[in-house]
Design a protein around this ligand. Structure first.
Ligand SMILES: NC(=O)c1ccc[n+]([C@@H]2O[C@H](COP(=O)([O-])OP(=O)(O)OC[C@H]3O[C@@H](n4cnc5c(N)ncnc54)[C@H](OP(=O)(O)O)[C@@H]3O)[C@@H](O)[C@H]2O)c1
Length: 326
């Protein structure tokens, strides 16, 4: 098969090598999947650099989420040849390749009617969105949801999920082009946070009340602004730190304003509450069947363009998900 490997650590463009690799073989309980699309994620860049919290042994193949078709099943694998699945290959033997091996028990059905790129790219982002908004944030119909970096991967999912849950959604993004994307995703209001004062605009849009729930994948200055823009009894959902700084949450401020700062780490649920993953996927399948969600693929590139895909992610030049197609 053809695929990418990292043999030494460094910038993705310097260390990713494309070429012929041995076909992997499924062990007991595993399936061999022909990759139809693999979605790119920021951790792929960190893995190449060796700065991700998990460090697979060299050489490794990146690629955390795929959509594909089962072409062989190991002993005892609860899957059949021909099944169309989505899932996450084991760390280091990832989906930047024509074939990948997955634990059959961890795969989920590829949602009916979804393109390969959408199916590959919806798994982590929409699971994170539903975990954050429904389970951790308890977002209610009629509440105001403020989504930061709303044109990005997890942000675009949160906008659509928030709308599907009946919230009024305010999306923020950097620049006019991304704001247009956020509007297209269905946000009720859009703030260009590279040009406007987020706190003042949120206060203005909510009659000075603030947002009930804030979805924050950026952190840093954006988190600081969110503390000022959150409503009485609001919830700030800490999703990520794309801005590069971990912000502080002063407990006196939480007390005085009666709001909560809620951590969200979807990946940990796979370990602690694995039964939640198929349950959330069921909810997502329902929403997709009603076309209340429609995952945004901002770029679909051939597999041999992986360094370019990661360059776009690293330089803030992407919207929705960037996917690679073998
Ligand atoms: N908690 C969880 O379970 C979970 C799950 C998935 C992802 N995440 C995290 O969520 C964050 C976003 O992931 P994603 O997949 O949505 O990434 P993404 O598609 O690359 O979107 C990130 C967005 O953040 C904004 N941003 C602001 N400052 C930035 C900076 N200095 N560098 C890069 N981007 C910056 C950019 O939007 P603007 O240009 O509009 O500002 C960018 O589009 C990451 O930190 C990721 O690790 C967490």
């Amino acid at each position: 098969m053809r695929g990418w490997q990292v043999r030494e650590l460094g910038e993705p463009a310097d260390v990713l090598e494309f070429g012929e690799l041995p076909d992997p073989e499924p062990g007991p309980g595993q399936v061999l999947v022909r990759v139809h699309a693999v979605a790119c994620n920021f951790p792929d860049i960190l893995l190449c650099r060796g700065t991700y919290q998990e460090k697979p042994a060299l050489p490794f193949t990146p690629g955390l989420e795929i959509a594909g078709e089962v072409v062989a099943a190991g002993d005892g694998a609860a899957a059949r040849v021909g099944d169309r699945v989505i899932g996450t290959p084991p760390m280091g033997r990832g989906g930047y390749a024509e074939l990948a091996v997955l634990d059959a028990a961890s795969t989920l059905p590829w949602p009916e009617g979804m393109s390969a790129g959408q199916a590959a790219g919806m798994f982590i982002t929409y699971q994170t969105g539903i975990c954050a908004l429904e389970h951790r944030g308890r977002l209610q119909a009629g509440e105001t949801l403020l989504v930061h970096a709303a044109a990005g991967g997890v942000g675009s999912a949160a906008v659509q999920l928030g709308r599907a849950m009946g919230a009024r959604v305010i999306g923020t993004a950097g620049g006019a082009e991304k704001c247009e994307v956020v509007r297209g995703l269905g946000a009720d209001e859009v703030i260009d946070y590279s040009a406007e004062d987020v706190v003042a605009r949120v206060k203005e849009l909510t009659g000075r009340r603030g947002a009930d729930v804030v979805f924050d994948p950026v952190g840093g200055d954006i988190f600081d602004a969110s503390r000022k823009a959150v409503a009485f009894e609001g919830r700030i959902l800490v999703i990520g730190f794309a801005g590069g700084r971990f912000a502080d949450a002063p407990t006196n401020h939480l007390l005085v304003k009666n709001y909560a700062v809620v951590g969200v780490h979807w990946g940990y649920y796979r370990q602690m509450r694995p039964e939640m993953i198929p349950a959330w996927q069921g909810r997502l399948d329902e929403l997709w069947a009603q076309r209340k969600i429609d995952p945004l693929v901002g770029a679909d590139l051939p597999l041999d363009q992986a360094p370019e895909a990661l360059r776009r992610l690293a330089s803030r030049a992407s919207t929705g998900k960037v996917v690679l197609t073998p």
